[in-house]
Write a protein that binds this ligand. Structure first.
Ligand SMILES: C[S@@+](CC[C@H](N)C(=O)[O-])C[C@H]1O[C@@H](n2cnc3c(N)ncnc32)[C@H](O)[C@@H]1O
Length: 221
């Protein structure tokens, strides 16, 4: 479990290590790398399939901290890449619609520095569970490997125009924290079309070791 100092709120567990690169620099660099990938181009072309004018916000859940991460893997890099994806989705939909698109993010691991760095890109950090309450039919929901039953919560809350999350498989117990229940499987099968934007065999370009795919709501196409 992540332990925080009562005054600074910074993680104090020895299992967590600090990103040696300042968070704003990390985010700026990874954002630049992400914008030059073919995966970004593919994702951008998928956004055109969602009727963009129906999208009012991006909700990003459990994308981790860019400042501190468990030291067993490069979590701060993953986090910066996932936030870069959220930011570019917001920017692309904004350009397509000429509207200001909101972006909300929630993860209990965020530090004040994460919150500040995200605010630079007009991405607002909300306390649990406020970003979950923003999930509605007009949002694009982004999440990779969340440690909460987000798929189950989404089935109850809404039918987002687009879901970018871990592939829903026909195994209810696959995904310890975020199960693919029968209700989740039915929602995806009956109401969404799956699009791949990542060559999942290319480990070098797929930093998440997760089957991240995009689901577009049928009525949103
Ligand atoms: C396995 S990590 C994945 C982090 C990141 N998405 C990645 O792929 O590296 C699970 C994440 O879920 C977050 N999480 C747990 N409970 C949450 C909640 N109620 N709301 C948002 N995020 C939550 C954790 O803090 C952690 O960052």
């Amino acid at each position: 479990m992540l332990t925080r100092a009562s005054d600074t709120k910074l993680p104090i567990s020895t299992e967590y290590i600090e990103n040696p690169v300042p968070v704003d620099v990390t985010l700026r660099n990874i954002l630049d790398i992400w914008k030059h990938t073919t995966e970004f181009q593919k994702l951008e072309s998928l956004l055109k399939l969602v009727t963009p004018r129906k999208v009012t916000k991006i909700v990003g859940i459990a994308s981790g901290s860019m400042e501190f991460g468990p030291d067993d893997e490069d979590c701060t890099y993953r986090s910066a890449m996932q936030h870069s994806m959220m930011i570019t989705i917001k920017e692309s939909i904004g350009k397509m619609t000429d509207k200001k698109i909101k972006c909300y993010a929630q993860d209990p691991r965020y530090t004040a520095v994460d919150t500040w760095a995200l605010a630079e890109y007009n991405c607002e950090v909300l306390e649990d569970p406020k970003a979950l309450l923003e999930i509605d039919d007009d949002c694009i929901l982004f999440s990779c490997c969340p440690a909460l039953p987000l798929k189950e919560i989404t089935v109850d809350f809404a039918r987002p125009a687009m879901l970018i999350w871990d592939r829903v498989v026909d195994e209810p117990n696959h995904g310890r924290h975020n199960p693919n229940s029968t209700r989740v499987q039915n929602m995806i099968r009956n109401e969404y079309v799956c699009h791949e934007f990542w060559d999942l065999r290319e480990i070098g370009t797929a930093p998440f070791r997760s089957e991240l795919v995009a689901y577009i709501r049928r009525q949103a196409e």
